[in-house]
Ligand binder design. Structure first.
Ligand SMILES: [Zn+2]
Ligand SMILES: [Zn+2]
Length: 319
């Protein structure tokens, strides 16, 4: 088996670039790329996520995950029957971080000849994320996530898209699941089931959700998509970073642990949904967006910001 120091591909015996710990095999660059593309096709077709003739918006931050997503959907578009791809990029306004990723997003779209739509927090809400967060930096992800989601939705509508793809990989999904359980966030647990076009939002799909983060990173590198980009300056504030560390540790000791946790979470979610049916969606009185109460999350956070006060609607898990 052993050929000196470099491991060989289990499929073709050329030099391996990847150790697939879950299936205990090595893969060369060509077989690795094939495996990634097959995985993404399987994720999409097994769940019947993309009806033929779709005009698809792709949430593109410019980071490696969303870049791989756009690149792969473009490569697989004929096999998936995607008619049009449009990239939607949101500029949150994070100094020392967003400019470079915006540039990466722009040049990828140019290279692939894919049209793009950019919307900024500043033009839409009158403030950058940095300005919104003064004095409440520890809530960065909650503010950022809520507003970005809204602008992605608006961008996808502007693009006339019938579907929106986001670059969440398996690691992101497991982290979000663990956070939802730690916080007993029953609303999130029951709301975030796969959506096939029911409800008022543009259906969202996650074609990379079967791939580990390290697989996406290697695919980015092998496809020439990887550039060294700065890390989001708010990441260290997030509890999520600690959860990520714990989950990565589990996966290292027990290859396949993340995939298994995600399957178990699926059963858990189904059960929770039967026990706690979600509130019917009405309309936000301020902006008309779908909302389960009088105000949507966006308007609630914007109001908090202008009042300068801290209103907590769930127990924060900070020490
Ligand atoms: Zn091979
Ligand atoms: Zn609203």
């Amino acid at each position: 088996m052993s050929h000196g120091h470099s491991p060989r591909c289990s499929e073709c015996d050329t030099t391996a670039v990847f150790l697939d710990r879950e299936h205990a095999r090595h893969l060369c660059a060509a077989h690795f790329s094939e495996y990634i593309e097959d995985q993404v096709l399987a994720t999409i077709t097994e769940q019947e996520l993309v009806p033929p003739g779709s005009r698809m918006a792709v949430a593109l931050s410019g980071g490696k995950d969303s870049s791989v997503l756009l690149f792969l959907l473009n490569r697989l578009r004929d096999r998936l029957g995607i008619t049009d791809l449009v990239a939607v990029t949101v500029d949150e306004g994070i100094a020392g971080y967003r400019d470079e990723t915006m540039e990466a997003a722009g040049s990828l779209c140019q290279g692939l000849r894919i049209p793009s739509i950019c919307i900024s927090f500043n033009e839409r809400f009158g403030e950058t994320l940095d300005q919104m967060l003064v004095g409440r930096e520890h809530r960065a992800c909650s503010y950022c996530g809520t507003f970005r989601k809204r602008l992605l939705e608006e961008g996808a509508r502007r693009a006339g898209a019938s579907l929106m793809a986001t670059g969440h990989c398996l690691d992101d999904e497991v982290q979000a699941a663990a956070m939802n359980v730690l916080r007993a966030d029953i609303g999130r647990i029951t709301r975030e089931l796969p959506d096939k076009g029911r409800g008022p939002f543009i259906p969202r799909i996650k074609p990379l959700s079967g791939l580990m983060g390290r697989e996406v990173a290697l695919y980015a590198m092998l496809s020439g998509l990887y550039t060294e980009l700065p890390e989001c300056p708010y990441t260290p504030h997030a509890l999520r970073a600690e959860v990520r560390g714990i989950l990565n540790h589990l996966e290292r000791d027990r290859p396949g642990a993340m995939r298994l946790m995600m399957q178990n979470y699926g059963s858990f979610r189904e059960c929770m949904r039967r026990k706690a049916p979600s509130l019917p969606l009405g309309r936000c009185l301020q902006c008309g967006a779908p909302a389960s109460g009088e105000s949507c999350r966006v308007c609630t956070l914007l109001r908090e910001g202008s009042a300068g006060s801290e209103v907590r609607e769930s127990q924060p898990l900070h020490r």
